[in-house]
Write a protein that binds this ligand. Sequence first.
Ligand code: N0T
Length: 535
Amino acid sequence: MAALLTASVAAAEIPRLEKHGTSARLVVDGKPMLILGGELGNSSASSRAYMARHWPRLKAMNLNTVLAPVSWELIEPKEGVYDFSSVDDLLADARAQDMKLVLLWFGAWKNSMSTYVPAWVKRDQTRFPRVRARDGSTVEILSAFSDNTRAADAKAYAALLAHLKKVDGERNTVLMVQVENEIGMLPSAREHGAAPDAAYAGQVPLALIQKLKAGGEAIEPELRDLWKRNGSKDKGTWAAVFGADEAGQEVFTAWSYARYTEAVTAAGKAAYPLPMYVNAALNRTGKKPGEYPSGGPLPHLLDVWKAGAPSLDLLSPDIYFPNFNDLAARFVRPDNALFVPEANNASAPETPANAFYAFGKLDALGFSPFAIESVNAEEHKAIADAYDVLRQLTPALLNAQGKGAMAGFKPRVLEDGTVQDAPVSQVMGDYRFEVGFIDPWTPKASQKPATHGGLIIQTGPEEYLIAGRGIVVTFAGAGKGPSLAGIDKAEEGVFDAQGRWVPGRLLNGDQTHQGRHIRLSPDQFQIQRVKFYRY
Ligand code: N0T
């Protein structure tokens, strides 16, 4: 009876983020989970018939969560008249596959632009003004300085959350909601026109100055430099405090977007407080604000967003550039956990290995390749295999996250695509591992080390789970005691549905190069369970 009662209480609990060691995790129905996700192409969810043939494939890819847009134009076709059938269809279809959803609010902004707003918003530019660029031209981007726009957006968003509470409050199909999509100003670094010009000429809000002062060295270096280069002022106009150039203007833009988003987020949370996040379209280095969508939750602006939009739970990167490791790492901070809502296109060959790095190295709470329904058979298999392994490892991963009992490995790739595939060294417990990315038994020319990756989880004093593909691990003693290390026992295997280890082959001889290394071949994701000893 008591157990029954606890179970039903847990089921009704709203999904939430919870601190876990140095990291955070998503708790659903009272249990932590990792999002093994995939994001749908932008137009797919608008047709249930189109999606019908894709749902079983998404399930077969071992996804536990689908990221799907909800567009303002579909849910509020006439002002104040809501139609949630598109949302209800998504809920029904996800539940039929026993899958979860993260919903993406395509409200005022989608990739900078404002094309998902209802026609009654689009056509009324007096009530819902558009951004003016520096030369006075208008773009199809709604101004962040309109009370009307913010109120209408927040109202529709709150209606969506209220609907979710009603139809999903006891079910928890929806785990989180993304507020807007890839917010960013184009083609200038800031809006121009009466309202934005007046705001720009005003004082920098105290909340932001205080954040800079209190944050010290923890403030992202680019923002700290902007502030310092202008004399670390504790008051003044935006141009005085951050500089009048594009870089300084972008801080103003980020603040305006953050404040707007805060209002929408808070309205949604008041209706139904699911975890909420915003996603960033990352910028290429060397480009100026305005040349890229500026002012979004970019690495150099994270502190502005944290100060301006405290109701958001996460700031999240959409990572399409090759330097996945470095970009993802910037979103791991004491006040932010990593969730990658768009992790490359699902068809990119390095995507599955990036998942191992995100979970193993950066304690990610979720990972989600973009355009997940459009992969070919080979790409489908790679994601399915990677997620199958990650699903089996989920209890061990959740246990190790935030405690330093785990490490992830992927070659570092630079923004220009240069692959640094030299072995990486890592001490875990009493052992030092060298993880290489070139497979010794495969012709070098046919290898793509950027698609290799894996993780090591320590499960006992001498026991480790080693998983991934295309990595070769050598070992030595660390700290006090004998310096050499050998393999006591290495097995390949799987975890069954109850989480019990089911060993396959005992690996020895050529499979461990006569005891010299642990090897995960480049063509298949797998798990090995290894016990080492020192001599
Ligand atoms: C994404 C997607 C979708 C190699 C683009 C990514 C999605 C949006 N934007 O297909 O439109 O809704 O959030 C932009 C990153 C492009 C960089 C490519 C560099």
